[in-house]
Design a protein around this ligand. Structure first.
Ligand code: MN3
Length: 201
């Protein structure tokens, strides 16, 4: 199954001033594209690992095809990451999800703090996540490099890329400022809700 670079679901300058066109051009056209190109080369000589990207990611990890896992995993992560953001995001959380977040974390602010702390606590490159556990509870996790909740048997419903290439052009070394802007101004809660509802079924 060849990997394909998806188009961004908005214009390059649509997330200004929280994420610049320059960042999106580098991040999507160069970094994400490099994972796609490298991943497609790595399929040669590896048995068929599945008919969906999710299966390929999980099986590549399980079978120890780590280079393929890193590139296919980052392809999955970034394809979701673009959809987890939108212009004028981060404000209106649909009621049902907001209530569940409050029930699981105490309040939306407590969730926000925990998510930012996870992103800050990921030493070096990686991701922080809002996931649904097997028991239906929401939890916050962090993973290094290309790892994601799929390989830990959790359903990712929101994730944030904390590799330096995500924020260095716009925020330099201030990862916390980027994470705050992500939660407050970029998250596409409609898409998160869609995944939350699907995960709960
Ligand atoms: Mn990235």
């Amino acid at each position: 199954m060849p990997l394909e670079l998806p188009e961004l679901p908005y214009a390059y300058d649509a997330l200004n001033p929280y994420m610049s066109a320059e960042t999106l051009e580098y991040h999507h056209d160069k970094h994400h594209n490099a994972y796609v190109t490298a991943g497609n080369k790595l399929f040669e000589g590896i048995p068929n690992l599945g008919d969906t990207l999710e299966k390929i990611v999980v099986n590549a990890y399980k079978d120890g095809h780590m280079s393929l896992f890193n590139n296919a995993g980052q392809h999955w992560n970034h394809t979701q990451f673009w959809k987890w953001m939108k212009p004028n995001g981060g404000r209106d959380i649909p009621g049902n999800l907001e209530k569940t977040i409050e029930k699981n974390f105490g309040s939306f602010d407590a969730f926000r703090d925990e998510f930012i702390t996870a992103g800050m606590g990921q030493f070096g490159s990686g991701w922080c996540w809002l996931v649904m556990e097997k028991n239906g509870k929401l939890a916050i996790t962090k993973t290094p490099n290309a790892e994601n909740p799929l390989i830990h048997n959790q359903v990712p419903i929101l994730g944030c890329d904390v590799w330096e290439h995500t924020y260095y052009i716009d925020y330099r070394n201030a990862r916390a400022k980027f994470l705050e802007a992500f939660i407050d101004n970029l998250v596409n809660w409609e898409y998160v809700t869609e995944l939350f509802e699907k995960a709960g079924k």
